[in-house]
Ligand binder design. Structure first.
Ligand SMILES: NC(=O)c1ccc[n+]([C@@H]2O[C@H](COP(=O)([O-])OP(=O)(O)OC[C@H]3O[C@@H](n4cnc5c(N)ncnc54)[C@H](O)[C@@H]3O)[C@@H](O)[C@H]2O)c1
Length: 442
């Protein structure tokens, strides 16, 4: 079995490393962050991700972490690069961390004489793997790509909160390859790791790079279209976004996923991948007008929710508003580009007294929102004395709430249910129930 090194054991790299180790590969994670290295070597998870702690524990003996990239390279046949690629002001991705990893790998490749495969997994713009990574590897190592070492671009289509399942049960595996030997080696790893026999698409590196950002750009359009249907439904007597989306989802050309209709999309991938798609299109002389419009409509969603609340409360200054859920989706602690955090920030700026609660994202939310927010330790504390509650992230914990949980603690129980978690008939009897995507009752 091949030995593997993973450069960057963050939110994506560590679940990937632990999943490979659990399938019997000897995996060495390379990172700069001492806390991450120490946690992995002690068999703990440094990240919030369902199932990751258990996976790391059961991978002991197969998974280790180090700062020593030279050691990792000398003890592996394949290296994955999964380091950050931060967004630049024009929407493109920076490759500065990828370049550091590539330089480190190339320095070690100089001393190696057997074939090594370098796999770039970080999200990059088309052209980066062959235009930036390959020349660096060749120049520093003095070796030739496709002959002395192989190079693949292999993006992951995972979602935070279900990374481990998504990695072992992907809809598709995408491999952009410099040569067929490298592509085959990587495909073999996926055949061992995947539990669902997915199609494995092997293509040029350029096509794989474009496919990765195109997919996320397309999903953001789908989400945004559903959000527009939700807004239309709110203006129609009896309008119901779930009924409309369900119908659309039956059509095999469309499918049901990402058509819920609710708050704006967020997180570390969708917003920036969509902007990167538009940026890349511009670079090659095309206008990705759909992507630009998607981004614009998505940003307007936050203002739309704030306007709705202002109308309902006749202004928000000095009003007590509770927000349940801060992460951009359930089962993660990530609040990056999260609609609930943007709503909280806007309400705070307009003078509202905002109290918030999230099952996992409070630490990150504090960093994002700072002072003048009440960080509650429970749903009950968050709701106490509130005049309006926004159910902003559909966590399991919130699905169990009953009308009484709101009415007994809130000053004036108005609930804005952004994901239609609750039964409207039941809740409307006890409190003022508003929902995104539902029109007035006929
Ligand atoms: N998180 C996701 O949901 C997701 C999904 C698909 C693609 N991606 C892409 O994967 C890449 C990594 O994302 P992430 O979310 O895991 O980032 P992250 O910030 O969670 O983790 C990156 C890790 O790389 C480490 N690192 C930085 N420079 C390094 C270096 N020179 N050598 C070794 N380690 C280094 C950091 O210390 C950190 O632990 C990005 O390009 C991202 O766009 C992420």
């Amino acid at each position: 079995m091949a030995s593997i090194s993973v450069f960057g054991i963050g939110k994506l790299g560590l679940p990937l490393a632990a999943s490979l180790a659990n399938k019997g590969y000897q995996v060495i994670g390379v990172d700069l962050n001492q806390n991450v290295i120490q946690a992995v070597n002690e068999g703990r998870s440094p990240h919030y991700e369902p199932g990751l702690a258990e996976l790391i524990k059961s991978a002991r003996g197969h998974l280790s972490a180090t700062e020593d990239y030279h050691y990792a390279l000398q003890n592996s046949d394949i290296s994955f690069i999964v380091v950050p690629t931060p967004s630049e002001p024009d929407g493109s991705f920076s490759t500065r961390y990828v370049e550091i990893s590539a330089e480190q790998i190339a320095t070690s490749l100089k001393d190696r004489h057997n074939f090594h495969v370098v796999v770039l997994t970080s999200t990059v713009l088309p052209g980066a793997t062959e235009g930036v990574v390959k020349p660096l590897l060749e120049k520093i190592s003095g070796r030739k790509c496709g002959e002395d070492f192989g190079l693949c671009y292999n993006p992951e289509f995972i979602a935070l909160g279900s990374v481990i399942r998504d990695f072992t049960h992907p809809d598709v595996v995408l491999i952009g390859e410099s040569d067929s030997k490298s592509g085959e080696l990587l495909a073999e790893i996926y055949r061992n790791v995947c539990e669902n026999e997915p199609p494995i698409v092997r293509t040029t590196i350029y096509n794989a790079e474009l496919a990765k950002i195109s997919l996320n750009a397309l999903i953001t359009m789908k989400i945004t279209f559903a959000n527009t249907i939700a807004e239309i439904c709110e203006r129609m007597p009896g309008g119901d976004v779930d009924t409309v989306s369900r119908m659309l989802g039956f059509d095999s050309r469309i499918g049901r996923k990402y058509l819920s209709g609710g708050l704006a999309y967020g997180g570390p991938c969708f917003p920036r991948d969509n902007k990167a798609f538009a940026s890349f299109a511009r670079r090659v002389g095309c206008q990705a007008r759909l992507s630009l419009a998607t981004d614009e409509v998505n940003q307007e969603q936050v203002e739309r929710i704030v306007r709705l609340i202002e109308q309902e409360l006749d202004g928000v200054k000095d009003k007590n508003i509770a927000i349940l859920g801060l992460t951009y989706k359930p089962n993660t602690d990530v609040v990056e580009e999260s609609a609930p955090v943007k709503i909280a920030s806007s309400l705070k700026q307009k003078g509202a007294r905002v109290s918030v609660y999230d099952p996992a994202g409070m630490g990150n939310a504090k960093l994002a929102l700072g002072e003048r927010i009440k960080y509650a330790g429970s749903v009950e504390e968050c709701l106490t004395d509130a005049q309006l509650c926004i159910l902003a992230t559909p966590w399991e914990e919130f699905k169990k709430l009953k009308p009484e949980d709101f009415t007994t603690r809130m000053k004036k129980p108005v609930l804005l249910d952004c994901w239609r978690l609750y039964n409207r008939s039941e809740f409307s009897k006890k409190l003022e129930y508003m929902a995104i995507g539902l029109g007035p009752r006929c």
